[in-house]
Design a binder for this molecule. Structure first.
Ligand code: MG
Length: 371
């Protein structure tokens, strides 16, 4: 064999080896995938709070496929924080190469990197985190709550939310919600008295009330909360605008009812700022950036002796089920975002006489709804 023939042969061998690797990579790519998609969720009733009124919500859904396992995630963008379903999708697309190459079993490392690379966009972060947690728990063959060492029997009752409406519609909605033992009533406009009167005309159930920052002064908040104390209300959520932490501290010293912080506490680092001004916090996956951040917020709040609550945005059973898997940890649950929509793509957590029933299947335990 001449030197030239020898070189040609080794080149062919190299090419053959490169081809094999290329084929391997192609096979790996076929077996893995990062698919973000925007899904329009249609609301059963027009949904009105202090902030907005809407007929539908667009959320971003993510399918993360690897080694024959598909993890599903979802993020509900919050307009106030300059998020849209499109910006959430774009965020995932910008991370596609990184996510496709990363080992999903190293979810802590991935989330650290994602949080470092992306400013804001917590809905996108939440979708990535939920898909990773679904993937990992499926791979371990356990439902997600078991991964966190929780007992499904400890899952709390969830409230069912009644949005702001005219008294007749409010009465009808309360009657429709007969199976839920505790209701959450949205207030914060100048119709609060009429709303509560409509609710109390048809039920004596315990109520929780969410003002969504609707009251503008600390004096108004004290007056309204003292009135709510006569109406069988267990707690009040976010009576004053998010930035009015000191005013809320003033209110808290003048009322008996626990005050829960929602819009004023988005991330773990906000908790020390609100810890003496509120009795508890409302943790949402879409605000926090997923299951792991929500878990961290719950633990930090507990370390300050605060009450904890898990809430949600309007979203499908994907996000609501992910949150429900953490619900055995918290004092209160308001996980009804999926119950408000007419075209849920998944079946996951269910509700029986108000109590959250966690799926026993591995991962989030989601099943696709056909049709
Ligand atoms: Mg709230």
């Amino acid at each position: 064999m001449t030197r030239r023939e020898s070189l040609m042969l080794s080149g062919a061998a190299l090419a053959a080896r490169a081809l094999t690797r290329g084929e391997l990579r192609a096979a790996e790519t076929a077996a893995s995938g990062i698919d973000p998609q925007i899904i329009r969720l249609n609301l059963k009733h027009t949904w009105t709070t202090v902030m907005s009124s809407s007929e539908y919500r667009d959320t971003m859904h993510l399918r993360l496929r690897r080694d024959g396992i598909t993890g599903i995630g979802e993020g509900a963008p919050i307009v106030r924080y300059e998020e849209t379903a499109e910006s959430a999708k774009k965020t995932v697309e910008g991370l596609r190469e990184y996510l496709a190459a990363a080992d999903p079993a190293q979810f802590s490392k991935i989330l650290k990197e994602v949080f470092a690379r992306v400013p804001g966009q917590y809905a996108a972060k939440s979708a990535i985190d939920i898909a990773l947690m679904d993937w990992n728990a499926q791979r371990l063959g356990v439902p997600l709550y078991r991964y966190f060492g929780l007992d499904a029997k400890d899952a709390p009752v969830t409230t069912f939310s009644i949005g702001i409406d005219d008294p007749g519609t409010t009465r009808a909605k309360v009657e429709e919600a007969a199976q839920y033992p505790v209701l959450k009533i949205k207030v914060g406009l100048d119709t609060d008295e009429a709303t509560l009167a409509a609710v109390r005309a048809v039920t004596n159930k315990p109520l929780r009330v969410d003002a969504n920052e609707g009251w503008k002064t600390k004096e108004e908040a004290v007056r309204k909360i003292n009135w709510l104390e006569t109406q069988g209300v267990e707690f009040i959520e976010q009576p004053l605008p998010a930035h009015m932490i000191e005013e809320n501290r003033w209110v808290r010293a003048r009322v008996h009812m626990p005050i829960i912080c929602d819009e004023g506490c988005l991330h773990a680092e906000d908790i020390p700022k609100v810890k003496d001004a509120f009795d508890g916090i409302n943790v949402k996956l879409d605000k926090a950036g997923g299951v792991m951040e929500a878990w961290r917020m719950i633990q930090i709040a507990k370390s300050f002796g605060m009450k904890t609550m898990l809430g949600c945005m309007v979203s499908s059973s994907c996000t609501v089920t992910a949150a429900a898997h953490l619900s055995p940890l918290v004092d209160y649950a308001d996980l009804d975002g999926n119950l408000l929509i007419a075209n849920d793509p998944y079946r996951g957590v269910t509700v029986k006489e108000g109590k959250l029933i966690l799926p026993a299947r591995p991962g989030l335990g989601l099943e696709m709804v056909k049709g």
